[in-house]
Design a protein. Structure first.
Length: 137
């Protein structure tokens, strides 16, 4: 993967980055942040915010830190408008990540979701797990 690649990261990888900062998922995302362009949409940002607002994360990281994480993400990532709608995924909630990738001309999706990983590649876009991305690139 070249420097400046355009990459979509699914919500569970983003949550891992915040909650488990020493995990391979976190390390993969840190590498992405320094070497690539992160792509997000309103829908993917909303899903992340909704997930991180849950009380189950209170014991891991403060609500303020979670809000700050989302704010930082929206500052460093490119917001992609969704024009081309996708209905390819078995789980309809996963379509939003493929939509960002297609509408944002992404090179890669980093996913922890098995449904997305099973689709690799989809519409010419590679879909890799965080360990695969981290060790390969």
């Amino acid at each position: 993967m070249t420097i400046g690649a355009r990459i979509v990261v699914d919500a569970n990888v983003l949550v891992s980055r915040l909650i488990l900062p020493e995990s391979i998922r976190a390390k993969a995302l840190a590498r992405t942040e320094s070497n690539a362009r992160l792509l997000i949409s309103e829908a993917t940002t909303y899903e992340l915010a909704d997930a991180l607002s849950r009380a189950k994360f209170d014991g891991y990281v403060s609500l303020e830190a979670r809000k700050g994480f989302i704010e930082r993400l929206t500052q460093i990532a490119d917001m992609v408008p969704i024009i081309q709608v996708v209905r390819d995924c078995r789980d309809p909630k996963d379509n939003k990540f493929l939509e960002v990738a297609l509408n944002g001309s992404a090179d890669l999706i980093i996913a922890g979701d098995r449904g997305l990983l099973a689709m690799n590649p989809r519409r010419g876009i590679a879909i890799r797990s965080p360990p695969d991305y981290f060790h390969r690139f």
